[in-house]
Design a binder for this molecule. Sequence first.
Ligand code: DX5
Ligand code: ZN
Length: 230
Amino acid sequence: MEGVFNMKKRVAIYPSVMCSKPWELKDYIAEFEKAGVDGIHFDVMDGHFVANITLGTGDYEAIRSLTDLPFNLHFMAEQPEKIMSYFPMRENDMCSFHPEGTRQPYMLLQMLRNQNIKAGLAISPDTSVDYIENCLELLDFILVMAVAPGFGGQKMVPGHLSKLAKIKEIVEKADHKIEIIVDGNTIVEHSIKMLAAGADSLVVGTSSIMKQGPVKFVENYHHYLEEITK
Ligand code: DX5
Ligand code: ZN
């Protein structure tokens, strides 16, 4: 029936605040709300699991104080379970972590769900999809990295689209909806292919609609959505 109404696919968008200059943050948050984004993608990097160190607990508290938008937290950290409590989350927030960083990914997903936080695994280009198969019943979403984690503005890795299709196949075996979010280099020409390969939602950062500063965000956001759902 979809073809008859030619309904546009509803694509959730999560802008990545690590791609904002510090002095732009307050304006960006206001523009995110104006645009109607689905949540704020908040990258936590510990300088061990990935070389980079980005936003910390102070930034988190400050940004949370500016908005009621839900957060989509992405932990790129060794033993993420040791630091998650320093980023107090609210119901309806989403939290993903890289399973290689902890000895107990299954238990950590259980802990998140017990706190009514939407639980997800972050899957890098070199991470086995077995983690998804083994934790399927506990997953609310999967954050599929189109780039190696650690930095904004990188290029999509060659094997991403086929991995995304493989993950879509696995997710369809679940008895509940699991949102597939792509994180990394989600420029229009890639996002069209990512959505066709099975992505439901996109993290947008430096490489897509956050490169011209907050003043252009709302205009770029609507143009971007138009282009990727044509
Ligand atoms: C990279 C982060 C991404 C990144 C996205 O490790 O997880 O969220 O900031 O930035 P772009 O969209 O520029 O790849
Ligand atoms: Zn991220």
